[in-house]
Design a protein around this ligand. Structure first.
Ligand code: ATP
Ligand code: MG
Length: 758
């Protein structure tokens, strides 16, 4: 039993309590994930069949790592554990059972782009105002309905919901939801939320199926339970109802997905659902230094809504947390990149020991630029993943059609790409015919001559023949051969090959890269099923966080705080600690939103093992405008004894003659603390820490800057008087370098700058 030696007594009891309901609610870094990992290994050592174990994790990456660790204890048997995200596990189950609920086994999974494009199409068809019915907003409403298990029919019958929509001027939302659901059904497609929604339908409607899985999954475990939504909660509850061998672990202080419907109550209700639950406390943090744990505690205690927890560390005291102030986002990037290079050399670390965490994806640009300049290798998580690139999605759309010809979004994408003379009107005719006569889309396409005339009938007919030939190929050939066949015969390879621009070349290479990936997949020896359809299932559920090709590569990790959940790094940089950015401007309307931001900060801080750096910029471009930024209130909330101010930036030192953070802290303190009673703060704020605010000359009216020349004197609305030093770039993107009397040199985009020629 020495594999249990790496556990403390409470962790060990939680691992050994394999029967009955178990809940562990404990702080960050206390070994919750470790307990699940060991628990699974322990179950298998005790003789439980891995096929009877279901483990639900928050990312595919977490599942993969867990499986690798378990494999070290129990060997190859670990492959048979049912382990993955809710979405991937239940997509796998739906593949088997889909026909029961009227879907083809080869149903398509619509990604966010497909979903939004379909929603946009429906809004257009219904002649609705696409500003009022913004696709993102509509998607959010539909998603939240599904995650609360409200079907389109129920949505439309629910008076409270309808009244709310009507009062917001969006009375048609229910109808959009209804049409959207019908279209997905007709296309044999499920979106991400459907994977959970339909699983609930399946388990609810078919008691035999429910029994089958209840008996299959004798042991259930859920990591990051605080971030489950109602739909997920109910699946788990149903599956566990017979054996009640369910173990959930989580931390209410790390609940950061309420905006996506996660419900912290799931933790609080667990004890009500299972009155004989055994609750285990884990209080020792093994991840971080005492300094970091103290700092993290000092943040989270500001939240009113939290379960009492005592988290301590017996690791070394550790160094203080460095706080850096930068003049701009670019300078912040430079400070971070330099600190990484220095610390790596000084402490003998590797690049992969560092992570840069930010609130929004847009912040990565300045970081990337600075890292590139210093030649620091990095990997960006999130952003546009490989599988989201246009050319990749185009080829995959052909694959999708091959396996599910009803897939409407795939059809719309490639029916006329590469060009084959099928115009929008023809596509519309196909849709209308399918709609009016309740045909499946494919029935219309495959019988084009019945619905269309002349040339368009021939063109669509040929397209259908081509897809049919792909289907025939898919029956016999290997994944790679089918993929290659489709890439060639669809005309995609030729189209990209003929584009000799740099972008065209890189698109062509991307397609090659995809084909290489499929080749590797079709040669894998550990898989029984290696068809192209199986490959497609794998990639449909890859999230941006999972596109990790080589976990051993020595690169700095860049990601949003949301994606960093559950991870740990020896050195962490949290950047952009500014009001309206972090906490986000959108979260300042209620205490509960602000508390979620604070939990996000807690998550960020607790990713660090040994060294934590915080930084903020005093000005930053957002939406093309240079804004003055105020340091984040979260800096103020940290225990000052844990902080060390590191204002080594030359520009900053010149600007701030008072030389310190303390005076800024005083300035912040004077600020009204109760944001809740105040109206939403404006985007642009002037702070007391800037040099005397410039009061524009009376009647300030921006001049026409097209006649601006080097040497001219100007007045800027906020920066005051200055002289044009340089002009570069072409209209409308001319950049002016201006030397301001108060602020020194600055570069401004003329189209946004409010300048008066003096
Ligand atoms: P989070 O809340 O961030 O998800 P967690 O509670 O899941 O954290 P783990 O990731 O399981 O915490 O553990 C944090 C770190 O502490 C890991 O590196 C883990 O290996 C280590 N650790 C946990 N328990 C022990 C222990 N008993 N002895 C040594 N190391 C431990
Ligand atoms: Mg964890």
């Amino acid at each position: 039993m020495d594999y249990l030696a790496g556990l403390n007594p409470s962790q060990r009891s939680a691992v050994e309590q394999t029967e009955g309901p178990v809940m562990i609610v404990a702080g960050a870094g206390s070994g919750k994930t470790r307990v699940i990992t060991y628990r699974v290994a322990h179950l298998i050592q005790k003789g439980v069949d891995p096929f009877n174990i279901l483990v639900l994790t928050f990312t595919n990456k977490a599942a993969k790592e867990m499986r690798e660790r378990i494999m070290k204890v129990v060997g190859q048997e670990a492959k048979n554990i049912w382990m993955g995200t809710f979405h991937s596990v239940f997509a796998r189950i739906l593949r088997v059972e889909a026909e029961l609920i009227g879907y083809p086994k080869n149903f398509t999974i619509y990604d966010t782009d497909d979903t939004k494009s379909l929603i946009r199409a429906i809004i257009k068809e219904m002649n609705l105002d696409d500003k009022l019915y913004n696709a993102n907003h509509v998607y959010g409403r539909i998603s939240s309905a599904k995650n609360n298990l409200i079907s389109p029919q129920e949505y439309n019958k629910n008076e409270a919901i309808m009244a709310e929509d009507i009062s917001n001027g969006r009375g048609q939302l229910g109808q959009i939801y209804m049409t959207y659901a019908q279209r997905c059904y007709r296309a044999g497609a499920m979106d991400f939320d459907d994977l959970l929604f339909k699983t609930n339908v399946l388990l609810n409607k078919f008691p035999d199926v429910l029994h089958k899985y209840q008996h299959q999954f004798k042991y259930l475990m859920v990591d990051e339970y605080q971030d489950t939504n109602f739909s997920q909660y109910l699946i788990v509850k149903r599956l566990a109802a017979v054996n009640e061998n369910i173990c959930v672990v989580g931390d209410d202080a790390q609940s950061i997905y309420a905006f996506r419907g996660a419900n912290i109550q799931n933790i609080l209700n667990f004890q009500k659902d299972y009155p004989d639950v055994r609750v285990f406390k884990l209080e020792q943090n093994y991840r971080s230094t005492k300094m970091i744990v103290n700092a993290a505690n000092s943040i989270i205690e500001k939240n009113q809504n939290q379960l009492e927890k005592n988290v301590f560390s017996e690791n070394e005291d550790g160094e203080k947390i460095k706080v850096a102030r930068a003049f701009s986002d670019n300078e912040e990037g430079k400070i971070v990149a330099e600190a990484i290079s220095q610390e790596k050399a000084l402490k003998g670390l590797q690049y992969k020991d560092f992570a840069i965490l930010y609130r929004t994806n847009a912040q990565s640009r300045a970081m990337e630029e600075a890292l590139r300049k210093l030649g620091v290798p990095y990997k960006l998580y999130g952003g546009t993943s490989f599988y989201q690139r246009k050319e990749i999605k185009d080829l995959i759309a052909y694959f999708r059609l091959t396996f599910n010809p009803n897939d409407e979004e795939a059809l719309k994408r490639v029916i006329n790409y590469p060009r084959r003379g099928i115009g929008d009107t023809t596509i519309e005719k196909i849709m209308v015919a399918a709609d009016q006569q309740q045909y499946r889309l494919w029935d219309v396409v495959a019988n084009a001559q019945m619905f269309l005339d002349g040339r368009s009938a021939t063109a669509v007919g040929n397209f259908a023949l081509m897809i049919q030939s792909f289907q025939a190929a898919a029956k016999t050939a290997s994944a790679f051969d089918v993929a290659m066949h489709i890439a060639q015969h669809s005309g995609i390879l030729k189209d990209l090959y003929e584009d000799k621009s740099v972008e065209g070349l890189s698109r062509y290479e991307n397609i090659q890269e995809l084909l290489n990936g499929i080749k590797e997949f079709s040669e894998r020896e550990d898989l029984e099923e290696k068809g192209l359809d199986i490959f497609m299932q794998d990639i449909a559920l890859l999230t941006n966080d999972d596109n990790d090709k080589d976990p051993n590569a020595d690169t700095v990790s860049l990601m949003t705080i949301h994606s960093s959940k559950g991870l740990e790094f020896p050195a962490v940089f949290i950047v952009g600690l500014e009001e309206n950015l972090f906490p986000s401007q959108l979260s300042l309307n209620s205490r509960s939103e602000l508390e979620e931001e604070r939990r996000l900060f807690y998550v960020a801080v607790t990713r660090a093992e040994k060294k934590l750096h915080l930084s903020y910029a005093t000005s930053r471009y957002r939406w093309g405008t240079l804004n003055n930024c105020e340091p984040s209130r979260f800096l103020d909330e940290l225990n000052p004894a844990c902080l060390e101010l590191d204002f080594h930036s030359k520009t900053a030192a010149n600007m701030y003659t008072d030389g310190g953070f303390q005076s800024e802290r005083v300035a912040w303190k004077q600020r009204e603390t109760d944001t809740f009673s105040k109206p939403k703060p404006k985007m642009v704020k002037t702070t007391s820490i800037l040099p005397k605010a410039h009061v524009p000359t009376q009647g300030f009216a921006p001049s026409d800057t097209s006649r601006l020349q080097v040497g001219m004197q100007v007045e800027h609305e906020r920066f005051g008087f200055g002289k044009v030093v340089n002009l570069e770039g072409n209209k409308p993107d001319v950049k002016a370098t201006i030397f301001f009397k108060e602020l020194g040199q600055k570069q401004l985009l003329l189209k946004f700058a409010k300048l008066r020629i003096v």
